[in-house]
Design a protein around this ligand. Structure first.
Ligand code: CP3
Length: 343
């Protein structure tokens, strides 16, 4: 009997030669899909939606039915960790996330013990989505990067993160302790996702921009390295994709020291940088501009071809440089996926 086909994503992450780059999109589930918007109507508030395994598995699978993506990503949110640690989180319609007052570090630390039970529904979502997905397609689990999650916990909302960066300068010990706590929480949560059936794990460090080199090293690269090391020490062997969005020239140092198996690149990443990482034995992922995906046209086709040409020879996962923009035409997503898969 033949073994079931290994997902192309996992082959690419292992550095194997593949017939074509695998493709999936960050935020492929969500408001760009009418079926998501319909599900969202039924689901109540966003947090309850994320913690409802039946609905969240459905949201995970919706883009897989419509498009020939090689991987699904579990439908959840990076802010479930602060919630599980005891900080209030809610979403203001049309405005984004809001967080309540930040509990003392000791209180947050006590919350570590509750991560597995409080976030168990995400494990159930993963198990349900994995069971429904073809074996040729991979399922990705994720966390927010500790610094990115800390910025939300420190500021209480999104924004320019000047408040969080100011605190990193003014009270480095407190920020280091918060980031370390989030490393511990991330390890527990990622290990649980891996046990539930996640086959690759992504760290979304969405706010890696604007950090000077020493802070970047301390708040991004070193914490990611600790996450990877501790997962391996626990026997979790799933490949890790690190996405330090906005890291710019610091990506090289990140790639060399974080211990991740693949590096997500953002829209500005030069072709030469990606090739250098590939030649160092890393897989790369990215980096189509989501705005170009939304605009479409001949320029979109040209850029897709250019990305395939410049990176397609090494371990490469075709993706965006950030998430799908909610009003992106579905035909544009379809066209890009067809162009990459050759279907
Ligand atoms: O398809 C997928 O990528 C899987 C699900 C996913 C969501 N959030 C669902 C979501 C993932 C991987 C995330 C990660 C996430 N969440 C990040 C990192 C990636 C990035 O975009 O930088 C961040 C910073 C968050 C925090 C967050 N969640 C914000 C800032 C917002 C509001 C902004 C917005 O787009 O409305 C969310 C809400 C959110 N998370 C939505 C979805 C589908 C939209 C909420 C809705 O449906 O009303």
């Amino acid at each position: 009997m033949n073994d079931p086909p290994r997902p192309l994503l996992l082959s690419a992450l292992a550095g194997e030669t593949v017939p074509r780059p695998p493709v999936w999109f960050m935020r492929q589930a969500g408001r760009s899909l009418p079926e998501y918007r319909a599900l969202r109507e039924k689901a109540g508030d966003f947090i309850s939606f994320c913690l409802n395994p039946t609905l969240a598995a459905e949201a995970t699978l919706q883009p897989m039915r419509r498009f020939a993506f090689d991987a699904a990503i579990v439908f959840a949110d990076i802010l479930l960790i602060p919630l599980a640690l005891g900080q209030e989180v809610w979403f203001e319609a049309g405005e984004g996330p809001r967080l309540g007052p930040r509990p003392e570090l000791a209180t947050l630390r006590a919350g570590l013990a509750a991560i597995e039970t409080r976030l168990a529904p995400v494990g159930e979502t993963i198990a349900a989505a994995r069971a429904a997905l073809e074996s040729s397609r991979a399922l990705i689990g994720f966390v927010g990067g500790p610094w990115t999650v800390a910025t939300y916990m420190l500021e209480g909302r999104g924004g320019d993160r000047a408040g969080a960066r100011s605190l990193a300068f003014a009270d480095p010990e407190m920020v280091d302790q918060l980031v370390e706590l989030l490393v511990e929480a991330s390890v527990i949560y990622l290990a649980m996702q891996a046990r539930a059936g996640a086959q690759a794990l992504q760290i979304f460090e969405s706010w890696a921009e604007l950090l000077p080199e020493d802070l970047f090293q301390r708040l991004v690269t070193a914490p990611h390295a600790r996450i990877v090391q501790r997962l391996r020490a626990m026997g979790v062997s799933q490949p890790v994709i690190g996405f330090p969005r906005g890291a710019g020239a610091l990506v090289a140092e990140y790639a060399a020291s974080s211990g991740v198996q693949a590096v997500g690149l953002d829209v500005q990443a030069p072709a030469s940088l990606g090739r250098r990482l590939q030649s160092q034995g890393l897989a790369i992922q990215g980096a189509l501009d989501p705005l170009l995906l939304r605009v479409g046209g001949a320029g979109l086709d040209r850029r897709v071809d250019q990305l395939l040409e410049q990176w397609g020879q090494g371990p490469y996962i075709f993706n965006l440089g950030h998430g799908v923009i909610p009003d992106t035409p579905i035909e544009h997503i379809e066209r890009v996926v067809r162009r990459v898969t050759g279907a």
